[in-house]
Design a protein around this ligand. Structure first.
Ligand SMILES: Cc1cc2nc3c(=O)[nH]c(=O)nc-3n(C[C@H](O)[C@H](O)[C@H](O)COP(=O)(O)O)c2cc1C
Ligand SMILES: C=C(O[C@@H]1CC(C(=O)O)=C[C@@H](OP(=O)(O)O)[C@H]1O)C(=O)O
Length: 387
C-alpha cells in the first residue's frame, strides 16, 4: 500500500492516488468526506477554512460502492482557486507580468528559504504553494481509505488534542468510541471540557496578540492484534514507520509512544508492562505504559501515540527576515494565517497513522481480495489467542 498526493495550495485541486487496496471492499465517498469535514472544523483556523468546503470526487478504483483493486484516485477541488487564477494558472506568462506579487521575503519557520535554495526559485510562491499544509487534506483522503479497511477489521482509531500552549487535558479512561464522540463535540477536540475552554481562551489570546501557539495531539487505536510489524529490519519496525508518518505532518517536531520521554526518568520496573494470559483475551499486558509496541511490533494493547506540533510560523506579529533580492532586513508581515491548527492536526494525525497501520496489516497478510484479508486476520487472531 502506498499513496501519492499532488497539487498546490491555491491551484485547481489536490489529487491523491492510493495503491494496494484489496478489491471487493465496500467504500463510500461519504466516509471520506466525513474525515475531510472533521479536518476543517478545528478552532483557531484562519479565513481560508471559511472559503473551502472540502469534498472528494472519487475518479478511479471504485465502482458501485466497492474497490476494484486498481489505484484509487481522488480529487478535492480548491474553492479558493477562483481568486488565484492569474497567479496560479499553468500557461506561460511574459516577464513583465511575472513581477506581479512575486514572493521574495522568506518566513522564519516555514519552508520558503530552504526550498528556494534547493530548487533555485526566486519566487517563493513556487515553494509555499506545495509546502502549505493544504496538502494534508489530500493525506486525510488517503487515510480515510485506510480507516475504512481498519473499521471492517474491527480496529478503531481516534485522534484528539492533549495539550495546547501548555494547557493539559486530564487523562480519561474512555473507549475509542467515547473519545471520538467527546472530541467531536469539542471545538478544540479536547476530551477534558474545562481544559478545552482554557485552550480556546489561549487561542483567542494568541490571535489577539498576532502570535501563534502549538500543542500535542494523541492518537489511540484499539483492536490491533499482537505481532504486527517486525523486529528484523529497521524499515519494517511499525513503531518507526508510525513515528515517521507523524513527524512528516507539517509543523510536527516530535513523537512519543505510551509514557514516551518520561521513560528516561523512570526505572525499568515502572516502564515495562507485565505479561498475563486469560482464556478470553489470550496474552495481554497488565498495564500499557509502552503504548502498544515492543520490538517494532504491536503488543495487542491499545496503541497510544503523541505528536508535538510547533506554533504556526506565519505570524501577524512580525519576525525579522531578509529579502532575497535586496538582501535587506525586514519585518515579515502577512495577509492571513491560522493562529492554532492543533485541533485540525489531530485529525490529520489520526489519518496518517491509520494509513501506516493498514499498510502494516496488508504487508503481513497480502491479499488482493478484501474478504480473504478479513478471513486471514480473524484466523490469526484466534491462533495467537490460543498460542
Ligand atoms: C493543519 C495545519 C495547518 C497549518 N496552517 C498553517 C498556516 O496557516 N500558516 C503557516 O504558516 N503554517 C501553517 N501550518 C504549518 C506549516 O505548514 C509548516 O510549519 C511548514 O510547512 C514548514 O514545515 P515544518 O514546520 O514541518 O518545518 C499548518 C500545519 C498544519 C498541520
Ligand atoms: C489551506 C489549508 O491550510 C493552510 C496551511 C497553510 C500553511 O502554510 O501550511 C497556510 C494557510 O493557507 P492560506 O495561505 O491559503 O491561508 C492555511 O489555510 C488547509 O488546511 O486546507
Amino acid at each position: 500500500m502506498r499513496y501519492l498526493t499532488a497539487g498546490e495550495s491555491h491551484g485547481k485541486q489536490l489529487t491523491t492516488i492510493v495503491e494496494g487496496i484489496p478489491a471487493r471492499m465496500p467504500i463510500t465517498k461519504e466516509e471520506i468526506n466525513e474525515s475531510l469535514i472533521r479536518r476543517q472544523k478545528g478552532y483557531g483556523r484562519g479565513k481560508r477554512m471559511q472559503i473551502e468546503k472540502d469534498l472528494v470526487d472519487i475518479v478511479g478504483g471504485v465502482r458501485h460502492g466497492y474497490t476494484l483493486g486498481s489505484p484509487i484516485s481522488m480529487v478535492i477541488r480548491n474553492d479558493d482557486f477562483k481568486h488565484w487564477i492569474d497567479i496560479m494558472g499553468e500557461d506561460p506568462i511574459d516577464e513583465d507580468q511575472k513581477i506581479r506579487r512575486v514572493v521574495t521575503r522568506p518566513r522564519p519557520g516555514h519552508a520558503d528559504l530552504n526550498g528556494s535554495l534547493k530548487y533555485g526559485h526566486r519566487d517563493m510562491r513556487n515553494i509555499l504553494e506545495r509546502s502549505s499544509a493544504r496538502e494534508t487534506a489530500a493525506r486525510v483522503a488517503a487515510g480515510a481509505v485506510a480507516k475504512t479497511i481498519l473499521k471492517q477489521l474491527d480496529i478503531q482509531i481516534v485522534g484528539y488534542v492533549k495539550q495546547i500552549a501548555g494547557i493539559e487535558a486530564e487523562e480519561k479512561d474512555l473507549t475509542v468510541e467515547e473519545k471520538m464522540e467527546i472530541s467531536e463535540a469539542s471545538p478544540v477536540r479536547s476530551l477534558d471540557e474545562e481544559a478545552g475552554k482554557k485552550m480556546m481562551e489561549a487561542i483567542d489570546q494568541a490571535k489577539k496578540e498576532g502570535d501563534s501557539i502549538g500543542g500535542v495531539c494523541e492518537v489511540c487505536i484499539e483492536g490491533m492484534p499482537a505481532g504486527i510489524g517486525s523486529y528484523v529490519h529497521y524499515d519494517r519496525k511499525l513503531d518507526g514507520r508510525v513515528a515517521g508518518a507523524v513527524n512528516s505532518i507539517n509543523a510536527f517536531k516530535g513523537v512519543e509512544f505510551g509514557v514516551g520521554f518520561d521513560a528516561a526518568r523512570k526505572n525499568g520496573s515502572e516502564v515495562h508492562d507485565e505479561i498475563a494470559w486469560s482464556e478470553e483475551k489470550g496474552y495481554y499486558r497488565k498495564t500499557n505504559r509502552l503504548g502498544g509496541f515492543e520490538g517494532g511490533m504491536t503488543t495487542g494493547m491499545p496503541i497510544i501515540v503523541k505528536g508535538v506540533m510547533k506554533p504556526i510560523p506565519t505570524l501577524y506579529k512580525p519576525l525579522q527576515s531578509v529579502d532575497i533580492e535586496s538582501k535587506e532586513a525586514f519585518n515579515a508581515s502577512i495577509e492571513r494565517s491560522d493562529s492554532c491548527a492543533v485541533p485540525a492536526a489531530a485529525v490529520v494525525m489520526e489519518h496518517v497513522v491509520a494509513f501506516e497501520i493498514a499498510k502494516g496489516l496488508l504487508e503481513q497478510f497480502p491479499h488482493d481480495q478484501f474478504p480473504k484479508l478479513k478471513e486471514a486476520i480473524d484466523q490469526y487472531r484466534e491462533e495467537i489467542r490460543c498460542f
